[in-house]
Write a protein that binds this ligand. Sequence first.
Ligand SMILES: [Zn+2]
Ligand SMILES: [Zn+2]
Length: 342
Amino acid sequence: MSTESLDPVVALREVAFWLERSRNPTRRVQAYRKAADIIGALPDAQRQRIAATDDWQSLKGVGPKTAAVARQAAGGAVPDYLLELREAAAPIGSVDGLRAALRGDLHTHSNWSDGGSPIEEMMLTARRLGHEYCALTDHSPRLTVANGLDADRLRRQLDVIDELREQVAPLRILTGIEVDILADGSLDQTDELLDRLDIVVASVHSSLRDDRDTMTRRMLAAVRHPTVSVLGHCTGRLVEGDRGTRPPSVFDADAAFAACAEAGTAVEINSRPERRDPPGPLLEQALAAGCMFSIDTDAHAPGQLDWQGYGCERAERHGVTADRVINTLPADDLLAWCAGDR
Ligand SMILES: [Zn+2]
Ligand SMILES: [Zn+2]
């Protein structure tokens, strides 16, 4: 018998987490999260009245399935559906080895850009997964389709993060950005702001079909920029999923990885199933070039924060060891490495 007692809101969010982790349709996941939001926003008295009369379905947006979860949790039990999901949850990719050595995630998004959840929920989930730190790296301004943050919004986000720190401790939130590598190789944020951030992931999101020389020049400029710590999803390829497939960008990988190794910019191993970036041969090329790596989720929702195992599995298959992965470092060592103290 479990003695665990769950708040209905916590139970509903955990159901959403497991559904999302196993790649259920967003609509299904969001039904549970929406119910959690609705119940979480109720005044105490109203919530107690609804619990006492078992009238959860009187709330607009709470259907029979979400009501059943809320009812069982409010009654002091772990909801059957939640137990079922927990038991059915299969390990993702590699769980020992590299995954066990990782201390955090350096590439995640919140609903400030194109993620689906508030910073708080992302960070509380990262803490529950056992991370020591998690970088929030929302998009930069030119990526308007992803609601990229301009300088003012980024400054405001830094204040919001400072206010959250105590609540999510001992998890340490690292400030960050996924900054666009623009057509000329410059970065889509001011140097002054980039310099203030703990983690700068630089990625190409536009003109992905640039010719080889142009793309190489863009990447060299970006990975040599003194504030950049991680080169995000370096080929931009998509191998499956809702957005269709996309071939890898073409660039001089010898030159790009030599520059990463020299400048101390880690090559990201992007864990997203539809990205699997870099492709295996390039990953081995980066390894041979002496590059360091960062195994990240690029999570846009809480359940995706547990996808790191996918990246670890690929990394291991291609011979990457823990001493080559910067997010196996304790936070202070990681930040020292990012600051150029290597
Ligand atoms: Zn990206
Ligand atoms: Zn991203």
